[in-house]
Design a protein around this ligand. Sequence first.
Ligand code: HAM
Length: 366
Amino acid sequence: MRFGYQEIVTPIIEHEELIERVGEETDTVAKELYRFEDRGGRKIALRPEATAGVVRAYFEGGLKQGPQPARLYLFGPMFRYDRPQKGRYRQFYQFDVEAIGSASPALDVEVIEIAAGWLHESGISALRLELNSIGDHVCRPAYLERLREYYRPLKSQLHGDCQDQALKEGAPRITDHLCGPCAEAWAKVRRMLDGASIEYIHNPYLVRGLDYYTRTVFEFYPAGATGQQDALASGGRYDGLAEAEGWPSTPGVGFAGGFDRVVDVMAANGVEVIAAPAAEVVVLADAGEEIAAAEVARICRAVRSVAVDYEARSLAAMMRSADKLGARWVVLVSAEEVRRRVARLRDMTSGEQAEVSWDQLPERLA
Ligand code: HAM
């Protein structure tokens, strides 16, 4: 990744307890946790998301002693026990990005930039980024009290939808009641997003479904989509998560993108996915020359990815198959040539063919 992030791999199964510890109140944990008992009677959960496990690995794997922040990414399956429907699967794939060990709002913007770049590269450029700050343990409780005070005398009026909407619009907004440090971070995030020319909408009602967030929260939607289950990537800052897991307090920020939903949108947009060729060079040899073919491939692998066709079939059939693979070159090895340690190198684009000694193949393919 061009932002200097390193891949991390964490277990797919977790003790139910770890996941419950980071969010007893949340929907995800309460309703959607995919759990079972193993043969030893242990309570096991399939991870519903990656962040809790990555934070655990940051401490257990000694990343805390390395350069800070630790910039990490992960790709893998997540599980949520819900009624499967379009865009909401029991097993789905996330691209997860985490920067752990820094409270700088610049990192909030860095991970947003990574998410935006990833979606753009997937051919999804019509996007809506929704952004909010939900404050922290200092200002959020005071704000929630203010909100309760606002609604208390209005309780009896809470019925019809239009009325609810009007009341909601008059309600106090957390971004008007942030404490000093949260307000400063919120201003910095917005200034830096402007600096990066990333457009966003301030959605004062955006709160996110997981318990561990503080300050910045965000969600990317395909332009025009409104449903919660349309979010393509979402995340935020989680300065209280490490402590909730029982580690020393450590700030972090990140997001996860949903591969399944991104692929659905790509398909709907007609984006063509062209797989990179599996091998740049294919070695074709006469029947019985497997040892020589393997040796020629070994020589070529110094500079290119190489596959060998070991099937006993006609040259024409082997050439067709090399073409299908998308190989740029074919190296032909006949019994007579093996004795002289030469081969024919064919450029599949121009159709040119030349005799080359085995030793010179790396130079010609470089
Ligand atoms: P999340 O919003 O629960 O956040 O999920 C992130 C993304 O995963 C969603 O935007 C969506 O694209 C995809 N997704 C979620 N549930 C499903 C599902 N059932 N089927 C298909 N796709 C789904 C998190 O998971 C946080 N851990 C993100 C984060 C990382 N926050 C900080 N760091």
